[in-house]
Design a protein around this ligand. Structure first.
Ligand code: NDP
Ligand code: MG
Length: 385
């Protein structure tokens, strides 16, 4: 029985993780969870899986929730509450499925207490990859990928000698606007952007998929996960999202991981690793039903955010921190209807241009750069919009 704590239980990855845990009561139990402000969904999960500790974002929500649940479930709140859930002594695995760089501090805290990390929260590795990976190695902690691309690569690598790898090839669907030209992106709406062709996900990552910043964050995530230089990471457009990623070896062999686009598969694998469990309620992948698989090269002019992510990754230091923070603020404003779609990449680019990279930054420096970038983007938006 694996005992799990889960950050971001009410989100898209969070609810699918709850599904996986609930479908395998003989293998997994949920000990602690966090939510943001969706108390209704949170209550449903608490009633279903009876965790011992729950964290909400706001103090007033904590008081409200404690009334509605059994007294043996303790309710905490805010950033310190997130840390309490992440380090809950009874749990051995932390699934981090919060959105944004708010996931960094709890990940580090869980690593320090020796928990295995199942990481969905890619912003954590993008913001402070060197610190997270160093901490994991110091505390002898395993970080397992939840993101489908990284889970695919992890499985294709299967303990292969890293000297024999020539390239990691991440696949990307191209997001909701893949059939539109750049000139047709000017006045796209939030609803259009949220309409992803293959995956049903949270709002922020769906916008990141439309700009392909999501693939950019994943390239940086892959760099840290697999200790791979950016020159050996490539992206290919693959509109069916059936191949989740590939590894090319020096002899020209390419290993690919295929599966239906269903996040429960990589979530469950991160939880059951090194074993595999049957997945309940999922239909098999019948390639004759898919028919054709398509691939094409990325146009880096069209997907400017992906080019910026490669650039930030290669420059290194605090550049990816800036990329991520600027993107988080810009996407948030786009989702509120405050700025247009193409302003996202412009704001990210302006932020990178303004920033002088700090190499080997400390956690304090990262936190400061993250905050300064958010302020900078906010000020640009206030000036212009
Ligand atoms: P969602 O927006 O659906 O869920 C985010 C979760 O985090 C919710 O539980 C939300 O609470 C909580 N939350 C949001 N802000 C805060 C905050 N400031 N403090 C505490 N909790 C907060 O996101 P997704 O599930 O889509 O994505 C989660 C992570 O997984 C992201 O990093 C994403 O890139 C990654 N990922 C997602 C995939 C997907 O298919 N969705 C695929 C691969 C990776 P509430 O809703 O209660 O307010
Ligand atoms: Mg992904």
């Amino acid at each position: 029985m694996k005992k799990i704590s889960l950050l971001g239980a009410t989100g898209s990855i969070g609810t699918q993780t709850v599904d996986v845990i609930a479908s395998n009561p003989e293998s997994f139990s949920l000990e602690a969870l966090s939510m943001g402000r969706n108390l209704e969904k949170g209550l449903e999960i608490i009633n279903k899986l009876s965790p011992k500790l729950v964290c909400v974002q706001k103090k007033e929500d904590a008081e409200k929730l404690q009334h509605d649940i059994p007294a043996q479930t303790k309710v905490v709140y805010g950033d310190t509450g997130l840390i309490e859930v992440a380090t809950f002594p009874d749990a051995e695995v932390l699934v981090n499925a919060v959105i944004g760089s708010v996931g960094l501090a709890p990940t580090l805290a869980a690593i320090e207490t020796g928990k295995t990390i199942a990481l969905a929260n890619k912003e954590t590795l993008v913001t402070a990859g060197h610190i997270v990976m160093e901490a994991a190695s110091k505390h002898n902690v395993r970080i397992l990928p939840v993101d489908s691309e990284h889970s695919a690569i992890f499985q294709c690598l299967n303990g292969e000698n890293e000297k024999e790898i020539s390239r990691l090839i991440l696949t990307g669907s191209g997001g909701s606007f893949r059939d539109r030209k750049r000139s047709e992106l000017k006045n796209v709406t939030i609803e259009d952007a949220l309409n992803h062709p293959n995956w049903s996900m949270g709002a922020k990552i769906t916008i990141d998929s439309a700009t392909m910043m999501n693939k950019g964050l994943e390239v940086i995530e892959a760099h840290w996960f697999f200790d791979m230089p950016y020159e050996k990471i490539d992206v290919v457009l693959h509109k069916e999202s059936i191949i989740h990623s590939m590894v090319e070896f020096i002899d020209g062999s390419v290993m690919a991981h295929l599966g239906n686009p269903d996040m429960r598969i990589p979530i469950q694998y991160a939880l059951s690793f090194p074993e595999r469990l049957e997945i309940k309620g999922s239909k098999p992948l019948n390639l004759w039903e898919v028919g054709k698989l398509h691939f094409s090269q990325v146009d880096y002019e069209r997907y400017r955010c992906l080019a910026l992510a490669f650039q930030a990754g290669k420059e290194g230091g605090t550049m990816p921190t800036v990329l991520n923070a600027a993107n988080e603020v810009a996407v948030n404003h786009f989702l509120k209807g405050n700025i247009e779609f193409l302003a996202i990449e412009e704001l990210v680019e302006r932020s990178l241009d303004e920033h002088e990279a700090v190499q080997n930054a400390s956690l304090e420096q990262i936190v400061e750069v993250d905050a300064q970038t958010r302020e900078f983007v906010q000020s640009l938006i206030t000036q212009r919009w």
